[in-house]
Ligand binder design. Structure first.
Ligand SMILES: [Zn+2]
Length: 840
């Protein structure tokens, strides 16, 4: 065969289980030491058997170099799944009659009757006996791979070589049929292949020869026996595992949150099992158990999705793994072991005998075996139940076609509110996401079904509008006081109501039970009468009794005396909690807001400005369930009352309507600007106090006094250097230079490469309180002091003034002009007065 004509053997397993193979391309490859062992065995045996070939290139000399070379060749061929054609070499010695190949396999260390070198040696010896030469290129092996499926690299390579025409191979040697396959059908297929290719299959240990008279019969027998053997083995293993589970022994690897530790007896000696290994037991691993609790908390308290939790776990490298995914988190959340029991046999695996692919299938529940392991509990029953409810809610939200169930936006809120269109009832969707997210009605935006809500509204405008009205109207002591007054009134009325009389109901129940009991006795005594009719009657009575009992329970619950009225102090703390809740993540705050406001219905208002149309939002505030929830969390004494009110669906219809619109700055600032203006502040000072620019202040004052809206600003055509915004560190530097070094803003501006105005604005930012104080008094804000004379001179002047010296004396002492001293004296006086005024 020409060496250019390489036998490129694409093995079946590569195509069939592409992904699995990509992950582990070396599956079945013996490790390096085993390969060298195998190569050495090959060389020694062949040299012994084929002495005349020893000097040719067909059989290299026995030394370390050749052993390494053969081992490397094997590895390369195995990984590439190709077989190099066997070269006869220049000598062209044909001392052998035919060329053969050999296949070796063992499945695992525990069931290893014959190692790979042993199998090889036996095969080579038998081949020599047949005068067949097996070159190293045609030795195939799979290590630690089960024979129950066909997708083994070495096996497929051997089959491909058999199939390949012109390979000169005439025989395949195996130790026994079971080495080639433990699957009966695959063994028969191999027999067919050998026949079809007119080759010969030789079993060295079991004496199989495909050219023998009864070979077909033998093959069927062997194949059947091997499969039966595997079945027996699997059955035994399964029974052993189930027994061990029943006896409380540890048969699982430690799940996440646990670890295995060796057991010792009272004296401290290790406890040994029947296999001579030290027994292991599972204990809670504190390091990872924390994360189990965290996963539950994130799901039920913070309403995170499993995907989110997986990302968080991966980022934190939880348990040393960064490969957390949704599936793993869901598996973790469903593990019953965390609440102190476990199952055995929930699933079973189905193997594809062709590809070796395993599929996990679920067993029916009645086949599961259960055992209690209370010492392994990590999660409380309450959290477990909450988790179950949440997972149920999530799965129903993502199921198709039921509009009454909670949907995706309610189970995973991304926005604080999700208003509905008042015109068509459709929930608003995000017409635009990201930084400029905005709501719109799907129908209105596409002019469908005549919905008039055609405009979009930015999410931040809607949120600030709604939050504003909630803060202003609902989260106030006043609102709460009126709520409590009305609630107390309701409670007093409830207390005065005549209690429902449960007497007659009780009596009729007693009668029914007595009748039923009499019948039961009759049945017991009389064994010959019409029992069937009597039994039916008893069943009917039993149903009636159950119904009456339910009625009675409901009545007793309702007639319970209402809790005592409460006062404002009990509830103020709850208001504080409520405010705190709004600062929480959206996923936590949104459900509470939804419960409080109910559906927020939005309709289109009138066109208000060039910029757009206002929306009118309308909702009904119901604080009772939210307060019940919060007070229960706090263990507050008012919990009973809120729950009582909540169970009676008591609410006060507090309808809130709010106009949601973009408010331009000049409109928002109008009142405040006019107020400060009346105090005699300059436009520039007001702008600094309101943190805006002077133009807006002018527009605000004009709008406030005349109602005139500003015209659209025309951008200046003059190219202007953009204003530089100072960083936080630079802002601090401005304040330091001004206050400590008494620099002028001009000097500071030069140093920081900005304008003096920018420097002054930066100074104001660090002295906001001082600025507001002077603005309230209508004074020009004091922005530190600058003098070319320097701080020392002023220090001397102040010392002189305090000592009560005359102005000329101070001027002479400090080395400055008389007017400087007078100005400083005047400044000190006004400061004293203003500080006095403040004290009063
Ligand atoms: Zn609509």
């Amino acid at each position: 065969m020409d060496s250019a004509q390489r036998i490129a053997l694409q093995t079946a397993d590569q195509t069939a289980t592409g992904r699995a193979k990509q992950a582990r391309n070396d599956r079945g490859l013996p490790d390096d030491a085993a390969l060298r062992d195998l190569a050495a065995t090959y060389l020694q045996t062949q040299h012994r058997l084929w002495g005349d070939l020893a000097s040719t290139s067909v059989l290299p000399a026995i030394d370390d170099e050749s052993v390494h070379k053969l081992a490397d060749d094997f590895k390369r061929r195995f990984l590439a799944a190709t077989t190099d054609p066997f070269e006869f070499g220049e000598s062209r010695v044909r001392s052998f009659r035919e060329i053969g190949c050999e296949y070796l396999r063992y499945s695992c260390d525990n069931s290893n009757p014959r190692s790979l070198p042993q199998q090889l040696q036996l095969g080579l010896e038998r081949a020599r006996h047949d005068n067949v030469f097996i070159p190293w290129e045609y030795v195939f092996a799979d290590a630690a791979v089960t024979g129950t499926f066909a997708a083994r690299r070495g096996y497929q390579m051997a089959k491909s070589l058999i199939r390949c025409e012109g390979s000169h191979v005439s025989r395949l040697y195996i130790d026994e049929i079971g080495r080639a396959s433990r699957d009966a059908i695959e063994a028969l297929k191999l027999g067919k292949l050998i026949d079809a290719c007119r080759k010969r299959l030789i079993g060295v240990s079991d004496g199989f020869d495909s050219q023998a008279t009864h070979s077909k019969l033998m093959l069927h027998m062997f194949a059947m026996l091997h499969e039966w053997f595997v079945d027996q083995l699997q059955c035994k293993v399964r029974r052993g595992m189930a027994d061990a589970f029943g006896q409380g022994r540890n048969i699982f690897a430690a799940a996440f949150g646990y670890r295995l530790v060796p057991t010792t007896d009272d004296v401290g000696d290790p406890i040994i099992d029947s296999n001579g290994k030290q027994l292991m037991k599972r204990i809670i691993d504190d390091d990872t158990a924390v994360w189990v609790r965290k996963a539950f908390e994130l799901l039920i308290e913070r309403l995170w999705s499993p995907e989110q939790i997986a990302r968080y776990f991966a980022e934190n490298n939880v348990g040393g793994s960064s490969a957390w995914c949704r599936g793993r988190i869901v598996q973790l959340l469903k593990r019953e072991l965390y609440v102190g029991f476990e199952f055995y046999g929930k699933t079973f695996q189905v193997h594809d005998s062709e590809t070796g692919k395993k599929t996990v299938k679920h067993r029916p529940r009645h086949e599961w075996k259960r055992r209690e392991v209370p010492h392994l509990r990590i999660i409380s029953d309450e959290s477990w139940q909450k988790k179950e409810d949440r997972l149920k809610e999530l799965s129903s939200a993502f199921r198709r076609g039921n509009s009454n169930q909670p949907n995706r936006t309610t189970v995973y809120p991304k926005k604080l509110f999700r208003p509905v269109c008042a015109h068509c009832g459709k929930e608003l969707r995000l017409g635009r996401a990201g930084k400029y997210a905005s709501y719109c009605c799907d129908n209105g935006a596409h002019r469908k079904h005549g919905c008039p809500l055609t405009t979009y509204k930015a999410v931040n405008i809607v949120e600030s509008g709604l939050l504003g009205v909630i803060q202003e109207k609902v989260f106030t002591d006043e609102f709460l006081r009126s709520l409590i007054t009305r609630a107390n009134r309701f409670l007093i009325l409830e207390a005065k109501k005549p209690k429902a009389d449960v007497g007659p109901l009780k009596k009729s129940l007693q009668k029914l039970t007595a009748k039923r009991d009499r019948l039961m006795k009759l049945i017991e005594r009389d064994t010959e009468g019409n029992l069937e009719a009597l039994a039916a009657l008893v069943g009917q009575l039993e149903r009636q009794v159950r119904e009456k009992r339910k009625q009675l329970e409901a009545m007793q619950k309702l007639s319970g005396s209402p809790p005592r009225p409460m006062c404002l102090e009990n509830v103020s703390a709850l208001l504080q909690d409520l405010r705190g809740l709004l600062q929480e993540e959206v996923s936590v705050a949104a459900p509470i807001l939804r419960e409080m406001t109910g559906p927020i219905r939005v309709r289109q208002g009138t066109r208000t400005s060039r910029k757009g149309t206002a929306w009118i939002a309308e909702f009904q505030v119901n604080m009772v369930p939210v307060l019940a929830h919060l007070s229960a969390k706090r263990d507050c004494p008012t919990t009973d009352m809120w729950e009582y009110l909540s169970s009676r669906k008591w609410t006060i219809p507090e309808k809130v309507e709010v106009k949601i619109d973009h408010i331009p700055q000049y409109e928002a600032y109008a009142d405040e600007a006019i107020r400060l203006h009346h105090k005699g502040n300059s436009i520039k000072t007001i702008a600094a106090a309101l943190r805006t620019d002077w133009r807006t202040v002018v527009e605000a004052i004009r709008f406030g006094t005349t109602g005139e809206r500003p015209k659209k600003r025309v951008p200046s055509t003059m190219s202007r250097k953009p204003l530089r915004r100072l960083t936080a560190a630079e802002t601090e530097e401005v304040a330091r230079l001004r206050d400590e070094q008494n620099w002028s803003f001009k000097q500071i501006a030069k140093k920081l490469n900005c304008t003096p105005t920018t420097a002054a604005i930066a100074y104001d930012r660090t002295h906001r309180e001082q600025l507001h104080e002077s603005v309230e008094q209508g004074r020009t804000p004091q922005r530190g002091r600058f003098s070319p004379l320097g701080p020392k001179v002023f220090h001397k002047i102040r010392a002189g003034i305090q000592a009560g010296w005359s102005t000329p004396r101070i001027a002479k002492f400090a080395g400055c002009g008389l007017s400087t001293v007078r100005r400083e004296r005047a400044r000190l006086n006004t400061n004293c007065e203003s500080s006095k005024g403040r004290v009063d």
